[in-house]
Design a protein around this ligand. Structure first.
Ligand SMILES: [Zn+2]
Length: 265
């Protein structure tokens, strides 16, 4: 599933293509299981910018509206011709058509009043943006101390920090030698984890995200970060720090890879 670096890479490609463009018409697949709402309101609206909040793309529109997009598990955008997996098509005033392709239909396309996210509770409840000043080490450490879940579940929960999913949670925990099931992360380890979260996200954004099945940027390519992972997907391989075989388990219902020797509860 695309995480913050992948969504940010898509945002960076979409922003120059869409900012200032007017949407002249919209088509969408009426499938009932899709998370689409008020898509028709997009018709005739001008896109003012393409911004990001956690793993959501948020596009301010004229008339005080916003287009909210989520890639779900398999969503992607392109200007290529639509195929059988096209779920929405946006005709722009420059004659091009942006196609939202989403084989598994977990993606979202919604038009809302600006800042009104009642219908999108996971967006409304998002914690601070990890690369912004709102993500403060002392507040993060205190929130982690109060958390009653494992540290991995706390990171995946999106309330302590937005946009960290399975890949980057495992990477940040490995870097800071914190066991994913730890429930006692003191101030110093929390401060280190705060810094590691920023580092792994920034480094992956520089490489345009991690390549995996279904992740595609607007130009059809995917990122180069996979070769630089230390924990995620490394089960059975030697830990890059101590040589112990990396182990995989399930934490917070997600596959979790860690070093049983140098990551401590
Ligand atoms: Zn190790």
């Amino acid at each position: 599933m695309p995480e913050l670096p992948e969504v940010e890479s898509v945002r960076r490609q979409l922003d120059p293509e869409l900012t200032g463009r007017r949407v002249v018409s919209v088509w969408w697949d009426p499938h009932p299981e899709q998370r689409f709402s008020d898509v028709a309101l997009l018709e005739g609206r001008r896109i003012l910018a393409v911004t990001r909040r956690g793993k959501y793309l948020v596009c301010p529109l004229d008339e005080d509206l916003e287009l909210v997009l989520h890639l779900g598990m398999t969503g992607s955008f392109s200007f290529r011709p639509a195929d059988a997996y096209a779920r929405a098509r946006f005709a722009l005033d420059d004659g091009r058509e942006l196609v939202f392709r989403d084989p598994r239909r977990f993606g979202r396309v919604s038009v809302v009043e600006a800042g009104e996210y009642d219908a999108i509770p996971t967006l409304a409840a998002l914690g601070p943006e990890p690369l912004s000043d709102d993500f403060d080490p002392a507040t993060f450490a205190e929130a982690l101390r109060r958390s009653k879940t494992t540290v991995k579940a706390a990171l995946l929960g999106q309330r302590l920090v937005a946009g960290v999913g399975n890949i980057y949670a495992d990477e940040a925990l490995w870097r800071t030698r914190i066991h994913p099931t730890s429930r006692r992360v003191g101030h110093d380890r929390a401060t280190a984890l705060h810094a590691a979260i920023r580092d792994v996200l920034r480094e992956s954004i520089e490489r345009e995200g991690t390549t995996f099945r279904d992740y595609q940027m607007v130009n059809g390519e995917s990122g180069r970060n996979a070769d630089f992972l230390s924990a995620y997907g490394q089960e059975g391989r030697p830990c890059a720090r101590c040589g112990t075989a990396m182990r995989k388990t399930v934490v917070a219902q997600r596959g979790t890879t860690y070093c049983p020797s140098c990551q401590r509860v």
